[in-house]
Design a protein around this ligand. Structure first.
Ligand SMILES: [Zn+2]
Ligand SMILES: [Zn+2]
Length: 342
């Protein structure tokens, strides 16, 4: 099968790999229809997040079951599924306490990071990490369930309230989802993004949703002390986020950025009553609820580009991933397709 494999120099290469097969009783092989290109994938290719060379990248996958192991009872060939890439063992001390997102056996089990992922025609995964899609849900919507689970995890950790004044830093797909969910929950949401393409794309997306009141703006136009909840989806803006937060404000660090550091005045945190929140990866139990919530949200509008595996360099261009310095965006959510339908 065709697969996009991470190289030593952090580039991607289209490679032929052996098609995965059922080897354990609970194995399921999925013919991948689409896999979202994530900000984390972009971070890997730009050297901002570590991943293992030789791995098939991609973790936001949807597709159709083609083969199941002898012990599989809940899925059959032909079922349409979304993959939950946040694997856990279920047996370590953290898993036994229900904190599946802090599983001690993540190493070697991070799909698309250090275990083969879904920028490929087929993906093998254990039955319990594959979730059947509600009938009629398009792949274009379902491919955003995984990012939605991330966003739900962070907004739940932040205890989002209807009365919140929310500022979201970063207008990529994750930022758009945070603002959408905050608005959906009745809070006032402003999205700040420096890239003109992404600002315009976010604006037209929200404008197309009846009753949606999210506003999109340049970061400079966000005043200090103007929000009760600030979500940094870039992962490098903690100091700015604390500045935007009002007294008693909460600040959520959400974007994955290996190289970012921030300088905070401890006395500020103390005197202004700030809360800085890190939610970790999402707990896998959230994934089921994300599939359910996706039925009520027009997520497919966030997908702007479908790029075939063979044309993956188009995806890199669209996301401004260039050797040397990153370039401006010309897309919102880009999905890699294998010809498996929408
Ligand atoms: Zn992702
Ligand atoms: Zn565990």
């Amino acid at each position: 099968m065709k697969a996009l494999v991470l190289q030593d120099d952090r580039s991607l290469r289209l490679t032929h790999r052996r098609r995965p097969e059922v080897t354990a009783p609970d194995d399921v092989v999925v013919r991948v229809a689409q896999t979202g290109f994530c900000g984390t994938d972009r971070g890997v290719l730009l050297g901002r997040f570590p991943a293992a060379p030789g791995v098939v990248m991609g973790h936001e996958a949807v597709g159709e079951v083609v083969e199941v192991g002898a012990g599989v009872t809940t899925l059959r060939p032909g079922d349409r599924v979304a993959a939950n890439p946040t694997l856990y063992c279920g047996l370590c001390s953290w898993c036994r306490r229900g904190a599946l997102n802090f599983c001690l056996h993540k190493a070697g089990n991070e799909i698309g990071i250090d275990r083969d992922g879904a920028f490929a025609e087929y993906l093998r995964l254990e039955e319990r990490f594959l979730h059947p899609l509600p009938s009629g849900m398009s792949y274009d919507r379902a491919v955003l369930v995984e990012p939605l689970a991330c966003v739900m995890n962070n907004l739940e950790a932040a205890r989002l309230r209807t009365a919140d004044e929310v500022v979201v830093l970063g207008g990529g797909p994750i930022g758009v989802l945070v603002a959408l969910l905050a608005d959906h929950a009745g809070a006032r949401a402003r999205l700040a993004e420096p890239d003109p393409y992404r600002r315009a794309a976010a604006q037209s997306y929200f404008a197309g949703i009846p009753g949606c009141a999210v506003t999109v703006t340049e970061p400079d136009r966000i005043a200090a002390r103007s929000a009760s909840l600030v979500v940094d989806t870039v992962g490098a803006l903690l100091d700015r986020a604390c500045d935007i937060a009002d007294n008693l404000g909460r600040v959520v660090v959400m974007g994955f950025h290996d190289k970012a550091t921030a300088i905070l005045r401890p006395l500020d945190v103390l005197q202004r009553g700030l809360t800085v929140i890190g939610a970790g990866d999402y707990n896998s139990l959230i994934f089921v609820r994300a599939v359910e919530l996706a039925r009520h949200l027009p997520l497919e509008g966030i997908v702007t580009h479908h790029v075939r595996l063979d044309d993956f360099t188009d995806a890199l261009d669209t996301l401004g991933i260039a050797p040397g310095a990153p370039r401006p965006y010309t897309g919102m959510k880009v999905v890699i397709t294998t010809g498996g339908g929408r």
